[in-house]
Write a protein that binds this ligand. Structure first.
Ligand code: GLN
Length: 479
């Protein structure tokens, strides 16, 4: 096995024993990129020179027994929506093609302070709007398991990079499923923590009340490791929580016995791929064999989640994206303009892609006088009902198990002309963002070579139970 195919936790142990160097690992990752990037397109920007420099610094620390963390010397990638000081941050958009942030996102800063080696910035749907990474101005990312298919989105580049060994672990963001879906489609693990667990400072805003930073890795242990490093209150983000960060790695080994796990009946209805359903039910019986109690529960407002999500997300996006006006930063049209209105119009027409424009128009509409009460306000009320469903169900169970997506990874081009079909892919993931709850996606088998994802949903700020169940499952299948 190549070094780039190993997990961060394994590599950390090898580094600690000085059996490998960070330079060797980093070179292995870049070799893999040289082999596969042309096809997969997981990256918008690769930072080879910087990475080798950081790797050498890490190796020096290991030689002096001064390693900074278990992530020291480990190659990581960041979704190109997280600001990196001095390294362009495009959000997958022409609008920010040449934008170089003057500061690091807090999550980025924490990972770099832990000694990790930045290997590049990953591809994504423009401004994180999409479920397939086909909405990128830099071309689609292809699924490493089947390059004719999508990698999922919007953090498709991060998921594909980790799955292909082009990074060991990665950061992504999740507004309606953007970490969990690509993790499922690429057969890896990904966690969106509770809203407020990780600082959003330096995460370019899409829909601020839903956006959360999260992590993608080849194993549950890697996700726990990385999550521990990026979590915590940040005074630069007023919505980041004042809760203490638990030792996520310690929670992994608590076992499954006695846990009560809910299966929401509304998540297993028509529209779900029968193969995925079968794999999840098989996983559920394995959990039962390991001492878990399975309880059927109900989340009655589930059918309204997608509509509610797309009203709130577009409303917030229309406001957040107003900043791209050609004045303060980013792209500005070079065409001759006669007044500032024309400059704004041409800049936004040329700089933003089709899906982003659709969202801005939808969002502007639902916020406009006369429609606000009927759409935006109503959506906020339904959001409260969806959250109340979860609160009630969590009185009975410790966590829940559901599918991540109703379908297997689809073909490139298959859904991109049908926005509604694309939106429906978020059916099992968006409710968690509306409720702020943590959710993790792990692989639970394949169907004709295509991976099926299982979602584990936890109570607010109880990522520990989510990780514990995910790890317990992972361990039981490899036993
Ligand atoms: N697919 C959803 C959307 O397009 C979610 C994307 C995300 O989580 N960033 O809005």
């Amino acid at each position: 096995m190549e070094l780039c195919d190993r997990t961060a936790s394994e590599l950390a142990r090898l580094l600690q024993k000085r059996e490998v160097s960070s330079r060797e690992i980093t070179e292995s990752v870049f070799r893999r990129m040289d082999e596969r990037e042309e096809k997969i397109n997981a990256y918008i920007t690769r930072t080879r020179e910087l990475a080798l420099k950081l790797a050498d610094q890490a190796d020096r620390r290991y030689r002096h027994n001064e390693s900074l963390s278990p992530l020291d010397g480990i190659p990581v990638a960041f979704k190109d929506i997280l600001c990196t000081k001095g390294i362009r941050t495009t959000c997958g958009s022409l609008m920010l093609r040449d934008y170089i942030p003057p500061y690091d996102a807090t999550a980025v800063e924490k990972v770099l302070k832990a000694g990790a080696v930045l290997v590049g910035k990953t591809n994504m749907d423009e401004f994180a709007m999409g479920s397939s990474t086909e909405n990128s101005a830099f071309g689609p990312t292809r699924n490493p398991l089947d390059p004719e298919r999508v990698a999922g989105g919007s953090s498709g580049g991060s998921a594909a990079a980790v799955a292909a060994g082009e990074a060991i672990v990665a950061l992504g963001s999740d507004t309606g499923g953007s970490i969990r879906l690509p993790a499922a489609f690429c057969g890896i693990a990904g966690i969106k923590p509770t809203y407020g667990r990780i600082s959003r400072y330096g995460l370019v805003s899409y829909a601020s009340s839903l956006d959360q930073v999260g992590v993608l890795g080849k194993s549950v242990e890697d996700c726990a490791l990385m999550l521990g490093i990026v979590s915590g209150h940040d005074k630069k983000d007023a919505t980041s929580a004042h809760t203490k960060t638990p030792d996520f790695l310690r929670s992994l080994n608590k076992g499954l016995k006695g846990l009560r796990i809910g299966l929401p009946k509304e998540y297993f209805v028509e529209g779900l791929d029968p193969g995925i359903k079968e794999r999840i039910m098989a996983a559920v019986s394995l959990l039962e064999d390991n001492g878990v109690h399975i309880v059927e529960i109900s989340l009655p407002h589930t059918p309204y989640a997608v509509a509610t999500y797309y009203l709130i997300a577009t409303a917030e996006a229309s406001s957040n994206l107003a900043r791209y006006d050609g004045v303060k930063f980013g792209f500005r049209t070079r065409e001759n303009v006669t007044d500032s209105i024309m400059m704004y119009e041409l800049t936004r027409s040329r700089g933003l892609g089709k899906e982003v424009k659709r969202r801005i128009m939808l969002g502007t509409y639902v916020l406009s006088a006369g429609y606000y009460d009927a759409y935006y306000l109503k959506a906020q009320q339904v959001r409260a009902l969806i959250k109340a469903d979860f609160d009630k169900a969590f009185e009975e169970v410790d966590c829940m198990v559901t599918p991540v997506s109703p379908c297997l990874p689809f073909r490139i081009g298959e859904k991109i002309t049908e926005p509604l079909q694309m939106y429906l892919v978020d059916i099992y993931t968006a409710s968690l963002n509306l409720s702020g709850l943590p959710g993790m996606s792990i692989n639970c088998g394949t169907i004709k070579g295509l991976p099926a994802g299982m979602q584990i949903i936890g109570k607010a700020f109880d990522e520990e139970t989510v990780l514990r169940v995910a790890y317990g499952y992972e361990k039981s299948i490899y036993r």
